[in-house]
Design a protein around this ligand. Structure first.
Ligand code: FAD
Length: 310
């Protein structure tokens, strides 16, 4: 039987997260079908068709699917589920909203945020904020899985797969409806796919200081900007910059943590980064235990010097 992968997209562009989830899917089995469900999402379907390991793309087009709402998306997936033994998605906000509903409708247990595929029914996933790794064997006939994409590299480009338009007749009326979308637009790279991230913590003290010392270095490095939860809760940085257990999970090539103590909940979101640089005034700060390079000092002195040197 085949694997159905729910694509993450905005109707025009396929997210990098989907390419990473494809890498996980092809480790589970060979026949990977990508479901691109949306409104006028042909361009996203064509991008999915180019991913290596994808054998078919299913394109579902409906007004009801335009906004990635969980009810119509899960109804559509359940209507297709008979032909698949694995239903999988990146653990993005869409995947994390839709797949639990799919699992409930199919009456199976969801396997959340896998970081490794051991075999077609056995997976590794972090628990206790990443302090332990659980190996889990699925016994349900149908597996519903979300993928922690930071642990998988994106699938490369491969031979073009066929794009098949599918019926959306199974979609009926739903309780929820789309009201509005408030998206922060930024010229900076997306946090979850950035190669370099510079993050600030409570030590920044204000959003003005955040802009004054973190953003110029980010601009020089072409980096995405992250923040600790303490910085977000204090209003120094927007919500969607939060890295950690209750924020985004990232694994860039370079992560620069500035004035961040290194609480386990923050580490849960960034400890898989390839190179970690920590700047902290306290040489005992726990962040230094996982840092590849540590600078003990005042970030308000170090960061302007770094910016000048760059
Ligand atoms: P602090 O712990 O206050 O650290 C500030 C650091 O700045 C200190 O190490 C200090 O030495 C240093 N410093 C001070 N002044 C300077 C200076 N001038 N120059 C250089 N260094 C300086 N946290 C997250 O980040 N992400 C999450 O997703 C998250 N989820 C959570 C979920 C739960 C259920 C809970 C309970 C907590 C969660 N937290 C999360 C919060 C977490 O426990 C910490 O409180 C938080 O990460 C601390 O943020 P911080 O390191 O910025 O602040």
């Amino acid at each position: 039987m085949a694997i159905l992968l729910l694509a993450d997209h905005d109707n025009e562009t396929l997210s990098d997260q989907t390419a990473r989830a494809v890498t996980a899917a092809i480790k589970i089995g060979e026949n990977v079908h990508v479901l691109v469900a949306g409104k006028a999402a042909k361009a996203a379907a064509e991008q999915a068709a180019k991913l290596s390991g994808v054998s078919k793309v299913l394109l579902a087009d409906s007004d009801a699917l335009a906004a990635n709402l969980a009810e119509p998306l899960s109804d559509l997936i359940v209507s297709l589920a008979g032909s698949y033994d694995t239903i999988i998605s990146a653990a993005t906000s869409v995947g994390k909203t839709v797949l639990p509903r799919v699992a409930a409708l199919l009456d199976v247990a969801q396997i959340s945020e896998i970081i490794e595929v051991v075999s077609s029914d056995t997976f590794k996933r972090p628990i206790y904020a990443g302090n332990a790794i659980q190996t889990i064997q699925a016994t349900d006939a149908k597996k519903v899985i979300t993928v922690r994409t930071a642990s998988f590299s994106p699938a490369s480009q491969g031979p073009l797969a066929a794009v098949e338009e599918i019926s959306t007749a199974a979609l009926s009326s739903h309780l929820s409806s789309f009201v509005s979308d408030a998206v922060t637009s930024s010229d900076r790279p997306d946090l979850t796919s950035a190669k370099i991230i510079i993050s600030g913590g409570r030590a920044l003290g204000s959003s003005e200081k955040f802009k004054e010392v973190i953003l110029p270095v980010a601009d020089k490095l072409g980096a995405a900007v992250g923040a600790s939860r303490a910085a977000v809760d204090a209003g120094y940085a927007p919500n969607d910059w939060q890295v950690g257990q209750t924020g985004k999970v990232v694994a860039p090539d370079l992560y620069i943590a500035c004035g961040i103590s290194g609480a386990i909940q923050h580490l849960a979101g960034m400890k898989d980064s390839k190179v970690i640089v920590a700047i902290n005034a306290d040489e005992e700060a726990p962040i230094f235990q996982i840092a590849d390079y540590g600078l003990v000092g005042d970030l308000f002195e170090i960061l302007p010097q770094l910016e000048k040197a760059l």
